[in-house]
Design a protein around this ligand. Structure first.
Ligand code: THU
Length: 128
């Protein structure tokens, strides 16, 4: 059975701009109303300005009016499948403390909760 979120992440992985690392990442997010937003990594000749796929997808979701994320799918060519980097975990947590994150690689997939990926997170509740 095909999963639309996985298909969206696979499709956007093809659009990654990664001429320096050659490492393509596609991210797809599902919001609490079932909408889907996507992002891919966008590298830059000034390497440190690279934008990760997950954060690109979060900015697209917020620009589209979303506030609550329930699922994230990341597609890479890594085996074992790659989990989001630390910066992306923090940014995903802002809008999805109850998020399920699924990493899809060429051979298998792995699933985590946001709490497993970012235990004892610093989040909006600290500033409330
Ligand atoms: N990358 C992501 O897009 N997401 C991550 O969570 C980890 C790394 C990208 C950044 C860079 O373009 C390439 O992968 C290699 O680090």
């Amino acid at each position: 059975m095909t999963d639309p979120l996985v298909e969206a992440a696979r499709a956007v992985q093809q659009r990654a701009y990664a001429p320096y690392s050659g490492y393509r990442v596609g991210a797809a997010l599902e919001t609490d109303d079932g909408s889907i937003y996507v992002g891919c990594n966008v590298e830059n000749a000034s390497y440190g300005l690279t934008i990760c796929a997950e954060r690109a997808a979060v900015t697209a979701a917020v620009a589209g009016g979303a506030r609550r994320l329930r699922r994230a799918v990341l597609v890479t060519d890594s085996d074992p499948p790659a989990a989001p980097c630390g910066a992306c975990r923090q940014v995903l947590n802002e809008f999805g403390p109850d998020l399920t994150v699924e990493a899809v690689g060429p051979a298998r997939s792995v699933r985590w909760t946001m709490r497993e990926l970012l235990p004892n997170a610093f989040g909006p509740e600290q500033l409330a």
